[in-house]
Write a protein that binds this ligand. Structure first.
Ligand code: PMP
Length: 382
C-alpha cells in the first residue's frame, strides 16, 4: 500500500517514535514536581521549547504547547475575542479555513460576535487588499491560513500581515500554519503575524500535540484555566514525551524543508501533467500551490467509489479533507472557489511526503487511468 494522504496525517518519523517511547518510560515526572524526576522533566520541557522556538525563529517564551492545532486555533481566536471584547466584537477570516477556525468563528457568531468571511478567487486565494478593506473600527482579529488543507492554495500571509500592521496596527493577525510549515517557507519575523498555530502530526510527529506562537506582549484569555502551566496561558500537566517528540519533528522538518519542497515540486508537476491528460478530471490545485497537495474533481462520479478503486490498486488518498470526508455535503472550500455543486461533491485529494518517488507517481497515474476507465465503463453500462 502506498500512503498518499499526508495532509490528513503523516507516518511518525522513527527517531521521533523512539524518543517518545524512551521518555514515556524513563522521564514520567511531572515538571511541576520539586524532586529530581520533576526537575528532569522540566529540563526536557525547557529544551523542547527552545528547539521549537529555534525552528520558528522566535523566542522560547513565545511558544505555548497545546493538544494540537484545533486547540491552538480555538485558543488564538476565542482567546483574542474574549480578551478584547471591550475593544470590539468583529473578526475577519476566509471562507476556506479549516473547520477548527471556521466553526470556532461560527460559535462566536452565535454568542454575539460578528464575523466577515472573505471570499476567495478560483485558485482559492484572498488578497491583502480584501483583508484591509474588511477591517472596521471594532475589528479585533484577522485569521487567514497559510496553506489550504484541501487544495493546497498558498495565502499571501506575510504580505497580509505587513499591510495590516501598517494600516491597522491594533488588529491582531493569526495564521493557521499547519499545512505550510516544512513545505512552504514563511518568516514570523517582520511579517506582522501575532499568533501562529502548528500541529505535530502533519510533520511526522505524534498526534494530539501542537503549539501556539503568541508574539511577546500579547495577552489572550486562556481557554484552559487551572494550575497555571505554560506561564498561565494553558493549564494542564504538560505532555513531555509528545512535546519532546514534536520538537524533534519540527527540527527535522525545518532542516529538510528546502530539499523536500524541491522534490515534492517535481512529483507534483508530474502528477499535474498526468491528471491534465485525463479530460474527465478537473484540477483544483495549481503548480503555484503548496508542493504536497494535488486535488481534482471527477464530475458525475462518486468520489468515494474512486477512492476505493484507487485503494484496490494500492493507493490511499482522500476525498476532501480527513476532517470532513465522512460528511456527505459538498466541499465548502471548492464551493467558495466557484466550483459547481457537482464539482464540489466529487473531489479527490492526493497528498505527498518524504517517502514518495517518481516511480510511485508513475504507478499512481497508471492506477488512476485504470480507475477512470473502469468508472467510465460502469457509467456506460448505466
Ligand atoms: N488546520 C489545518 C489547516 C489542518 O489541516 C488541520 C488538520 N486537519 C488542523 C488545523 C487541525 O489540527 P489537529 O489535527 O492537530 O487538531
Amino acid at each position: 500500500m502506498k500512503y498518499m494522504d499526508y495532509a490528513a496525517t503523516t507516518p511518525p518519523h522513527p527517531e521521533v517514535a523512539r524518543t517518545i517511547a524512551d521518555i514515556m518510560s524513563l522521564h514520567y515526572g511531572n515538571p511541576s514536581s520539586l524532586h529530581i524526576l520533576g526537575e528532569q522533566s522540566e529540563q526536557l520541557l525547557k529544551k523542547a521549547r527552545e528547539v521549537c522556538a529555534g525552528a520558528l525563529q522566535v523566542r522560547p517564551a513565545e511558544i505555548v504547547f497545546t493538544s494540537g492545532a484545533t486547540e491552538s486555533n480555538n485558543a488564538a481566536i476565542k482567546g483574542a475575542a474574549l480578551q478584547f471584547m471591550n475593544r470590539g466584537k468583529h473578526l475577519i477570516t476566509t471562507e476556506i479555513e479549516h473547520p477548527s477556525v471556521y466553526e470556532c468563528c461560527k460559535q462566536l457568531e452565535s454568542l454575539g460576535w460578528e464575523v466577515t468571511y472573505l471570499p476567495v478567487d478560483e485558485r482559492g486565494q484572498v488578497t491583502p487588499e480584501q483583508v484591509c478593506a474588511a477591517v472596521r473600527s471594532d475589528t479585533v482579529l484577522v485569521s487567514v491560513m497559510h496553506v489550504n488543507n484541501e487544495v493546497g492554495s498558498i495565502e499571501p500571509v506575510e504580505e497580509i500581515g505587513r499591510r495590516l500592521k501598517q494600516e491597522h496596527p491594533r488588529v491582531l493577525f493569526h495564521v493557521d500554519g499547519v499545512q505550510g510549515f516544512g513545505k512552504v517557507s514563511l518568516s514570523l519575523q517582520d511579517s506582522g503575524i501575532d499568533l501562529y498555530s502548528l500541529s505535530a502530526h502533519k510533520l511526522r510527529g505524534p498526534k494530539g500535540i501542537g503549539l501556539l506562537y503568541i508574539r511577546e506582549g500579547i495577552k489572550l484569555l486562556p481557554l484552559l484555566a487551572g494550575g497555571g502551566q505554560e506561564a498561565a496561558r494553558r493549564s494542564g500537566t504538560e505532555n513531555i514525551p509528545y512535546i519532546v517528540g514534536m520538537a524533534k519533528a519540527l527540527r527535522l522538518a525545518n532542516e529538510g524543508q528546502r530539499e523536500l519542497a524541491e522534490r515534492l515540486r517535481r512529483l507534483q508537476a508530474a502528477l499535474i501533467r498526468g491528471i491534465s491528460d485525463l479530460p474527465k478530471l478537473m484540477l483544483n490545485s495549481t503548480p503555484q500551490g503548496a508542493p504536497h497537495i494535488i486535488h481534482f474533481s471527477y464530475p458525475g462520479m462518486k468520489a468515494e467509489a474512486m477512492l476505493h478503486m484507487l485503494e484496490e490498486e494500492g493507493f490511499l488518498v482522500s476525498t476532501k479533507s480527513a476532517c470532513s470526508s465522512k460528511k456527505s455535503e459538498p466541499s465548502r472550500v471548492l464551493l467558495a472557489m466557484g466550483r459547481s455543486m457537482e464539482e464540489a461533491s466529487t473531489g479527490i485529494r492526493i497528498s505527498l511526503g518524504e517517502e514518495h518517488t517518481e516511480q510511485d507517481i508513475e504507478q499512481f497515474l497508471a492506477a488512476l487511468r485504470k480507475a477512470v476507465a473502469r468508472m467510465e465503463d460502469l457509467k456506460g453500462r448505466g
